[in-house]
Write a protein that binds this ligand. Structure first.
Ligand SMILES: NC(=O)C1=CN([C@@H]2O[C@H](COP(=O)(O)OP(=O)(O)OC[C@H]3O[C@@H](n4cnc5c(N)ncnc54)[C@H](O)[C@@H]3O)[C@@H](O)[C@H]2O)C=CC1
Ligand SMILES: CCCCCC(=O)/C=C/C=C\C/C=C\C/C=C\CCCC(=O)O
Length: 256
């Protein structure tokens, strides 16, 4: 029970990778607040989790990461119920090259918004007790995926933001660790609906699929990486790439 007594907030928790992250955190003793825009899927999952772990171990709030008001309300309710927040997992993300502004809004602005609210609650300099923030980026944050240039840009942004926040936290004494996981293909609705959402770049999907020799992973394989980053207190500013047959902590050039 590595996470007994800890509380986590997971965005995009109702389905896919977020659901798997929620489950691994609960399995290891944490209490979890699930945030998602999909109320039906969120409530269905919450009922299943109630049966497995007990009603008092989780909360579900319909919450869009594009809304600061909803995020703040969810964080406050979490603190009121669970008496603190130790872990925040920024998992909510979309891939839609047709609605590219929305993709930037959710994947970049939403993730930054949640991170800054997390900082308000968890920063040791504000009376918080510190903790850890895990961001779900993608291998598209490390290498270009021509079938989805805007998604690629958003995930590069997540990698850069994670590393800069880790350095800012360590230099300032916030007591927060920031790390990210960069998965390759995972079997979720995001990939199932891919061809509808690539727009003018859909002709490039086949080439991407052929160049990606790895099998598509199960969401639980990404959840295990998140768990590793949550529990290893030595990790700050790390970017963990995960493919089906391997995982690797990335190295970057030091320029400043
Ligand atoms: N499936 C894949 O191959 C990969 C996915 N990722 C990333 O993993 C994360 C999760 O993706 P999947 O589980 O695959 O997607 P998914 O589409 O299966 O699940 C995403 C969840 O996020 C929720 N969501 C979407 N927009 C939201 C918003 N504005 N506010 C709150 N919740 C919102 C959805 O309702 C859904 O429950 C995303 O950030 C994605 O970019 C990264 C690499 C590979
Ligand atoms: C190899 C790139 C992995 C990046 C994962 C990601 O975050 C988004 C990927 C978006 C587009 C990839 C484009 C085409 C892939 C084509 C088919 C996927 C088939 C998956 C499967 O179930 O085999």
């Amino acid at each position: 029970m590595a996470l007994k007594g800890k509380t986590a907030v997971v965005t995009g928790a109702a389905l896919g990778i977020g659901k798997a992250i929620t489950e691994i955190l609960l399995q290891n003793g944490a209490k979890v607040t699930l945030l998602d825009i999909n109320e039906t899927a969120g409530k269905t999952l919450k009922e299943a989790l109630n049966k497995q772990y007990g009603e008092e171990r989780s909360l579900f709030f319909e919450c869009n990461v594009e809304s600061e008001e909803q995020i703040k309300a969810a964080f406050q309710s979490t603190v009121d119920t669970f008496r603190g927040i130790d872990i925040v997992c920024n998992n909510a993300g979309i891939l839609n090259e047709k609605q590219w502004e929305k993709t930037v809004s959710v994947n970049v602005m939403g993730l930054i918004r949640v991170s800054y609210v997390a900082l308000e609650y968890m920063n040791k300099l504000n009376g918080g007790k510190g903790g850890t923030v895990i961001n779900v980026a993608s291998v598209a944050g490390l290498t270009p995926v021509p079938a989805c240039p805007v998604y690629t840009a958003t995930k590069h942004a997540v990698v850069g933001f994670t590393r800069a926040m880790a350095a800012a936290s360590s230099a300032s004494g916030y007591g927060l660790r920031f790390n990210a996981v960069c998965p390759s293909l995972v079997k979720t609705d995001l990939i199932a609906s891919l061809m509808d959402n690539l727009g003018q770049f859909s002709h490039l999907a086949y080439a991407t699929q052929c160049s990606s020799v790895q099998r598509a992973m199960n969401p639980s394989e990404i959840a295990e990486c998140v768990f590793e980053l949550v529990t290893d207190k030595a990790k700050n500013g790390e970017i963990l790439m995960k493919e089906a047959s391997m995982k690797k902590y990335m190295t970057f050039p030091t320029l400043i």
